[in-house]
Design a protein around this ligand. Sequence first.
Ligand code: ADP
Ligand code: GLC
Length: 498
Amino acid sequence: MTDPLKILVIASEVEGLVKTGGLADVARALPACLQAMGHDVKVSMPAYERIREHWRTWPAQTISLPLSLSESHRIQARTGDNDGLPIIALEHAPSFERAGVYDDGYHAFDDNPRRFAILSKGALQWCQENNWQPDIVHLNDWQSALGAYYLAEHFKDEPFFANTRSLLTLHNGAYQGHADAQWLHPLGINERYFHENIFEDYGRINLLKGGIYFADGLNAVSPGYAEELMTDLGGHGLGRFFRARQDDLIGILNGCDYGQWSPEIDAHITAHFQTIDEPGKAHCKAALQQEFGLAERAVPLLVSISRLTDQKGFHLLIPALEELLKTADFQVVLLGSGDAELAARLHSLEQRYPLKVRFTEGYDMALSHRLEAGGDAFLMPSLFEPCGLNQIYSQRYGTLPLVRDVGGLKNTVTALNTTASNVDEATGFSFLEPNATTLQNAIENLIGVYFKQPDIWQRMQRNAMEQRFEWRESALHYIEFYRRLLATPRSNPGARPH
Ligand code: ADP
Ligand code: GLC
């Protein structure tokens, strides 16, 4: 390896500590992989109350953190190792000593702009105070997007950061971090940048938008999503601003942590298996049917694990299932938490079809493994999907994904075509038109293949189980991009046209 890099990752959640979605999986697996490749990596995150048991014994260092002329905070930086990963947990009781991560269960916290400004700038300040000079500051989503601005503006005259470059990874562009314009001063955002091409968005501050402008490099978590972001339809209202940065925006597909997600070794499942020829897969299915009080019959068992949000396509899935449940012979087990109305609709579906439907409302990691292992097919009809991890996991378990042909889903699933001429490559099923009837037809087709073409189904299971989405591959792309950014003289974003 050529000279190792110093990489500061800033993230609002890290798997094993705090997780609400796939961002956490990435913020654990990618740094761990970069570290294993010999790079010097540190991950900075908030010292949330709920993970106090992890950081409470770590040494604390007081850092005084000026966010702006009017606002300065004293924070404690707690440094320690979590499962071999060096963590900088930033402690600031008024911001992080509360139960929620982003919200109180109903509403986003009012002071989120400050909370995540403290994360973003605090991490940079820690580097300076500890003389740990990062080559790359790797930011993730809106929560750390301000880091790009602070680096480019607050620290622009600091020789310490002269050779540091920022990369902002877009895991989900739908969440942008909006704030009232009165936050400009407290956050230390120069009014000159409250401009429609930079931070301003219909009179409010948009933190992600500012990050897109100020970051040295940008990447989406799949090539498909990178392309979509640059369109008006797929750019979550920011397509024009992504297009303005198209030379600096690439797609890098997420990987899979096969140490966690492999049917040979998975600690959460009933029986292990290497191939579908072994009885393990069938045992896992039978165990799931038993667990949920469903008849142990040879009908397709469809599963889903998801945040309950519009993004995940439930308003297509629920009516499609409603129709199919009237006549088709299948079972479906869903696990999810989030939107209360979607949860109520899923509970009602379960009540009306007690022989076929089970819905568990909640977040249950062990159950998610049992579903991946015991299901026949995994439903993921997302409206948009930056990468998506569950369809990657499910393939490894021979559980065929049915996905909408968008974003990372189209980069990770090879759909069986209508003539089945690609049966040697196919790993799942897909549909495109975002309406319930198209999805219903796709599920009907899947059920048809299961019952009538078991040889095709099994061939697809074998194909799926052979797929590998190795983090090492993705990490190599990140390294290449980091080095490209380091080889490019830092542009002065403040001087970019706006
Ligand atoms: P997103 O980040 O948009 O939610 P991903 O597919 O990238 O989608 O990642 C979701 C991650 O969160 C996966 O690891 C998945 O298993 C997990 N997950 C989501 N909802 C639940 C749940 N209700 N219970 C357990 N795990 C869940
Ligand atoms: C986001 C996206 C998901 C992606 C994950 C990790 O939460 O919704 O598609 O897999 O981030 O990058």
